[in-house]
Design a protein around this ligand. Sequence first.
Ligand SMILES: Cc1cc2nc3c(=O)[nH]c(=O)nc-3n(C[C@H](O)[C@H](O)[C@H](O)COP(=O)(O)OP(=O)(O)OC[C@H]3O[C@@H](n4cnc5c(N)ncnc54)[C@H](O)[C@@H]3O)c2cc1C
Length: 410
Amino acid sequence: MANDKSKVLIVGGGFGGLFTALELGGVGDVTLVNDEDHFLFKPMLYEYLSGEVQAWHVAPDCKELLDRQATFVRGLAESIDLEAHSVRLAGGRILSYDILVFSPGAITNYAGVEGAEQFSLPFRTLNDANHLRRRMTEVLDRIPPDAAPQDTREALTFVVVGGGASGVELSTKMADLLRDAVKRRALRGEPRVVIVEMADRLVPGMGEEIRKFVDGALEETRVEVHTNTRVARLGANSITLAHNDRQTEMTTSGVVWVAGVRPSPLLDTLKIERDRRGLILVEPTLQLRGRAEVFALGDIAFYPDVVPTLAGTAQLAFQQSHLCAQNVRAFIEGRELKSKHFAELGEAVSLGTEHAAVLTGGKVIGGPLARQARFALYTARLPTWHHRLRVGASWFFEGTSPRPLQPLGF
Ligand SMILES: Cc1cc2nc3c(=O)[nH]c(=O)nc-3n(C[C@H](O)[C@H](O)[C@H](O)COP(=O)(O)OP(=O)(O)OC[C@H]3O[C@@H](n4cnc5c(N)ncnc54)[C@H](O)[C@@H]3O)c2cc1C
């Protein structure tokens, strides 16, 4: 049994880690380590890209959120010593723990595709979104006002690799943003946004009803869909696609890679049981097998009792954080630990800058109303009441219109 002065060290300030820290509400001596100074509500990174929301809405400061409930340490955890109960940060600082909560999330998986890591843009952080927005603006700025329509189209060819929800949300957002910029700058022609997916359909885990809105949005935003297509390689300004044993090279101004994730490389410093995707096998209590004082959750953990479509989602990490906090508390107080069945909380996809589709309570709605519903739904999921109220008020009074891709220097 631990005690109420137990040192609880949480590695990772995302959906799993931050919400566990908040939920613990001062039980134990809690320290949260995160490599960024902010939490990121990743499901709204698309709206951050389009300027519908601002950084402070979706990426609030960890210290402010935690207030006095936990000590915040900004640092990159480099290795974990399970025997010595310590975590080593970049720069050499060592933090010791009685209880470790481990939730460093996932990173982009380039699956060994030639040139992918070097030449594509990832889309997981505020900085990634800033880079992509800047790239789109720079390309627009280079198009002469009298460019022929086909030259505009060629210059504005962007490819999104990965046809999951991320690929759909990102490509429709980019297509709307670029089309709006073309119109504002009175350019002739159209942007070309392409989505590439290896499987025979996009968003395979999504229900048929919500899929109708997805298909409609892809058509309306004129996103070009290439299914059954593999990326053979990437160059500085090109992508080679393989379809039916034929390879085609396409010139692009940017490729965004959202085709998959793999667990944080921090896991490689641990000698523990992992499944074939590299996920940590946890007990139904979220404890590491054979290590009662270590809890793992979110994108790095394989939890047995979960519907497959929930794997690797914020929904799951968020639900697990409640169980994790409850069990850390029980562990400290010497009570029995619990397990839980996690269920789908609904689905909400952003579709361009004006539309969305939301599945909630068994019903699907689409269009501008669904976009509002998505904002409302996500306001309720943001961390802390205080932050929710500030963001809700800001969205209500100041609006959530996209910020156009203005020429740089404006
Ligand atoms: C663009 C995008 C959109 C998404 N949209 C949705 C959606 O609509 N619905 C949904 O359910 N899921 C969505 N997801 C997935 C969801 O965000 C993740 O499943 C969820 O964030 C997992 O929570 P986590 O706590 O495991 O990891 P994260 O939330 O990623 O948190 C991990 C934290 O640990 C930090 N960290 C990593 N390594 C270290 C280290 N070595 N040292 C210190 N800190 C470290 C990271 O910076 C991060 O703050 C989306 C993901 C992305 C990228």
